[in-house]
Design a protein around this ligand. Structure first.
Ligand code: IPM
Ligand code: MG
Length: 360
């Protein structure tokens, strides 16, 4: 089959890691007889440098015209890059938020999985790790604090900043339904995370999640306060299957969950709307400090491409092949520097990509 993929290489390590993911897709096309046609799209700093804005209408149109978007990472060093002298709505991150909103990508899936081979990289003690863990963070991605009204005003000579956290019940319901659907394909447990002891938006969240849960009698669900969840993630990460949460909490908890797996360089993500379309990107950022050195770990982006095969293209067998190749490369002892441990073979970004390609 023929698929159109928009590629947003982005900034920092973005171009290096998307290049490796494309190598992997090309190997998949060769082995399984598909065609992937790529269109390069500018976003973030790369777009600012050319168009003076982090996302153009043409870029949105190009993404829309594709079957899925493969993305690297965007943004630069926030204290030294000239991009951060621009007003907030013109900075690199604003492009990503605008694209999420324009394409209605409300469901963000961030799997956090501890590879047997990478146990040594996990900062938790052995008795906490046990047999490892495997969770899916379902983060609401187009509402809440990120998209509420915001402004900074001066009142009687005092600066005041206002951010608004808004959710309506429909926004909560659609992500909750996604969360429960995914739980049905996993270990059938949902932990809905909120701050219902303080926030109205969380109390509505809880009410709607309870309604949705009634349609999924096989799924065990619980509510957990976000501060407790942050603690439980390091105390006993095995307890989690699907963590369902709003935008800001999901941003924070997914970074924490990723660190618990040993390296943020391993974690993929998918951002989906109501159709088969999705945007696939690693959970990590653009790491400007190591850009261009051929040392970044491309695995998160390669696994994001595997999610693209699975969720947007329904190519499960192909996605399995990519995931198996990643496991095999780890088993064979190859490591990028972020996951390196004694006795293993250190390789760079592009060699890691080649080694995975060889195993598909
Ligand atoms: C993420 C990132 C983004 C977010 C930034 C780059 C705006 O941290 O995808 O988690 O906060 O959503
Ligand atoms: Mg984040």
């Amino acid at each position: 089959m023929n698929f159109k993929v928009a590629v947003i290489a982005g900034d920092g390590i973005g171009p290096e890691i998307t290049r490796e993911a494309q190598k992997v897709l090309d190997r998949v096309s060769e082995k399984f007889g598909h065609t992937f046609t790529y269109t390069d799209v500018l976003m973030g700093g790369a777009s600012i440098d050319v168009h003076a804005v982090p996302l153009t209408e043409e870029a949105i149109a190009a993404a829309r015209a594709s079957d899925a978007v493969l993305m690297g990472s965007i943004g630069g060093n926030t204290s030294t890059s000239p991009w951060y002298k621009l007003p907030p709505n013109l900075r690199p991150e604003a492009g990503l938020l605008a694209l999420r909103k324009a394409l209605n990508l409300f469901a963000n899936l961030r799997p956090a999985y501890l590879y047997e081979e990478l146990k040594a990289a996990c900062p938790l003690r052995d008795e906490i790790i046990g047999d490892g863990f495997d969770m899916m963070i379902m983060r609401e991605l187009t509402g809440g604090l990120y998209f509420g009204e915001r402004r900074t005003v001066e009142e009687n000579g005092v600066l005041k900043a206002i951010d608004t956290l808004t959710y309506d019940e429909n926004e909560i319901r659609r992500i909750a339904v996604r969360g429960f659907d995914i739980a049905m394909k996993r270990r059938k447990k949902v932990t809905s995370v909120d701050k219902a002891n303080v926030l109205d938006s969380s109390r509505l969240w809880r009410k709607v999640v309870e309604e949705v849960a009634r349609d999924y009698p096989e799924v065990t669900y619980e509510h957990m306060l976000v501060d407790n969840c942050a603690m439980q993630l390091v105390k006993d990460p095995k307890q989690f299957d699907v963590i369902l949460t709003e935008n800001m909490f999901g941003d924070i908890l997914s970074d924490e969950a990723s660190m618990v797996t040993g390296s943020i360089g391993m974690l993929s993500s998918a951002s989906l709307n109501d159709t088969k379309f999705g945007l696939y990107e690693p959970s990590h950022g653009s790491a400007p400090d190591i850009a261009g050195q051929d040392i970044a770990n491309p695995i998160a982006t390669i696994l994001s491409a595997a999610m693209m095969l699975r969720f947007s293209f329904d190519l499960d067998q192909e996605a399995d092949a990519v995931e198996a190749a990643v496991k095999q490369v780890l088993k064979d002892g190859y490591r990028t520097v972020d996951i390196m441990s004694e006795g293993k073979t250190l390789v760079g970004t592009s060699r890691m990509g080649d080694l995975i390609v060889e195993r598909i």
